[in-house]
Write a protein that binds this ligand. Structure first.
Ligand code: BGC
Length: 448
């Protein structure tokens, strides 16, 4: 059986990772612009200042997307390109860039999918407390208003937050991503609550004000565990452990974010541990946070690997498995088990908002990029997605990434793209995997 005929095949990227032009045309600084430079956590002290220079290569990049037959492009908006200080004065030139991008995509038959926030938090707001500040959800609402008012006549798909787990967990708990802080548990609880509220306020605004009927979701990551065998007991065990949310790493769990948003309450194990410390929401706030969404958007790269914060299941799971460039185990079954478990828990059709692999690709003497491993990887993962498509409703699949880009703390060493980018010359080359992906889209996955 093939994927449904309206299945959306596409690819994704995020503003800070591809755009470059970090201080052009009135853009304000974000936390990565300011704190990543010469930071001990960042490989080779690399930054996204220039990156793939998508800001100046936008039309060329959209043409390449068309050449690969993409039906959709998921991109994020740089908050400080639009509002240099995070709130207040709008930078019309920055807003124009996204309006032009949307027009260019639509003119080429590509559906724009907008991520409102993908980690590049305004530095000016960070200096007055960032997500710790009670006003932070209103700042997010102000920013959402600006982009929804400007783009919702043409944009239908909105994702509020990308991987809030990592935005807070990596940035403020382990301190490995900008702004490289290690905050106390009460602070993290406050920040998490403000981010949930920001999501809720944004959803409400989009529902009430978008110029066309919208499809709204978010894009957390999921690393569900795979059952140890075919028995129902093994499934239940893996399912249960996949949604554990306790210990000081609660921010990295799925249920801490998704239970409030999709079920209207915090997870029980989390409440049992933090109870009185957890900031309270009013009924009205809970209603906003848990307002119905249209699908469950999710980034899936691998199955869970068992760690102390998430229960003991799956210890040694990765032992001896093949790994991608960044060191992640190749576990195609993730695209079967995670959507199945997420559907069981949250009951919504699933969109894979990211999936892909990094390697250390290069251009061969014949001028092409022969990334057979990426073809094999994606083939294996998509077969599992196809398997689950026979059991649950799916909305689409966005490959990560459309083009090579700045891989956060790994700098430019890790290449995730379907398009190779030569960062010295900004020359683009569609990789073999890009052409292979095109054939998958053309047959709507029937030959996988
Ligand atoms: C993020 C992307 C990142 C990718 C690969 C996801 O965690 O949303 O920004 O590049 O995975 O690490």
């Amino acid at each position: 059986m093939a994927f449904s005929k309206d299945f959306i095949w596409g690819a994704a990227a995020a503003a800070y990772q591809v755009e470059g032009a970090w201080n052009e045309d009135g853009k304000g600084p974000n936390i990565w612009d300011v704190t990543a430079k010469y930071n001990e956590h960042i490989k080779h002290s690399e930054t996204g200042e220039v990156s793939a220079d998508h800001y100046h290569h936008m039309k060329e990049d959209v043409a390449l997307m068309k050449e690969m037959g993409l039906k959709a492009y998921r991109f994020s908006i740089s908050w400080t390109r639009v509002l240099p200080e995070g709130i207040g004065k709008v930078n019309e030139k920055g807003l124009q860039f996204y309006s032009d991008l949307v027009d260019e995509l639509l003119a080429n038959g590509i559906e724009p999918l907008v991520t409102i926030y993908h980690w590049d938090y305004p530095y000016a707001l960070e200096q007055i407390g960032g997500w710790r500040n009670k006003a932070s959800s209103d700042w997010f609402l102000e920013y959402t208003k600006v982009i929804v008012d400007a783009l919702s006549d043409r944009v239908k798909y909105w994702m509020t937050l990308n991987e809030p787990q990592c935005a807070l967990g990596c940035g403020y708990l382990v301190g490995a991503f900008a702004p490289f802080q290690k905050c106390s548990t009460p602070e993290l609880l406050e920040m998490g609550a403000n981010m949930l509220l920001a999501h809720g306020k944004a959803v409400k605004y989009i529902r009430e004000n978008a110029k066309q009927e919208s499809k709204i979701s978010m894009a957390p990551y999921a690393d569900c565990y795979a059952p140890e065998d075919d028995s129902p007991e093994a499934f239940e065990k893996a399912y249960k452990e996949s949604f554990v949310s306790k210990g000081d790493q609660f921010l990295f769990s799925m249920s801490y974010w998704s239970d409030p948003i999709y079920l209207g309450h915090y997870p029980e194990d989390f409440m049992a541990q933090f109870g009185d410390m957890v900031p309270k929401f009013t009924d009205e706030e809970w209603a906003m946070i848990s307002a119905p969404l249209d699908f469950y958007g999710v980034n899936i790269y691998r199955v869970g690997s068992g760690n102390a914060s998430r229960g003991e299941y799956g210890r040694d799971w990765y032992q001896g498995r093949p790994h991608t460039g960044i060191g992640w185990a190749v576990t195609p079954e993730a695209l079967y088990w995670a959507p199945k478990m997420l559907y069981k828990r949250y009951g919504l059709p699933v969109m894979i908002t990211e999936n892909g692999m990094s390697e250390h690709d290069w251009v061969s003497l014949d001028g092409k990029v022969h990334d057979t491993y990426r073809i094999d990887f994606t083939h294996r993962y998509l077969r599992e997605l196809k398997r689950v498509s026979e059991e649950i409703p799916l909305v689409g699949y966005m490959h990560w990434s459309v083009m090579d880009n700045y891989e956060w703390a790994d700098g430019y060493d890790e290449r995730f793209g379907l398009i190779y980018v030569d960062y010295q010359t900004q020359k683009r080359t569609i990789k073999d995997s890009g052409y292979w992906y095109k054939s998958v889209l053309e047959s709507n996955g029937s030959e996988l």
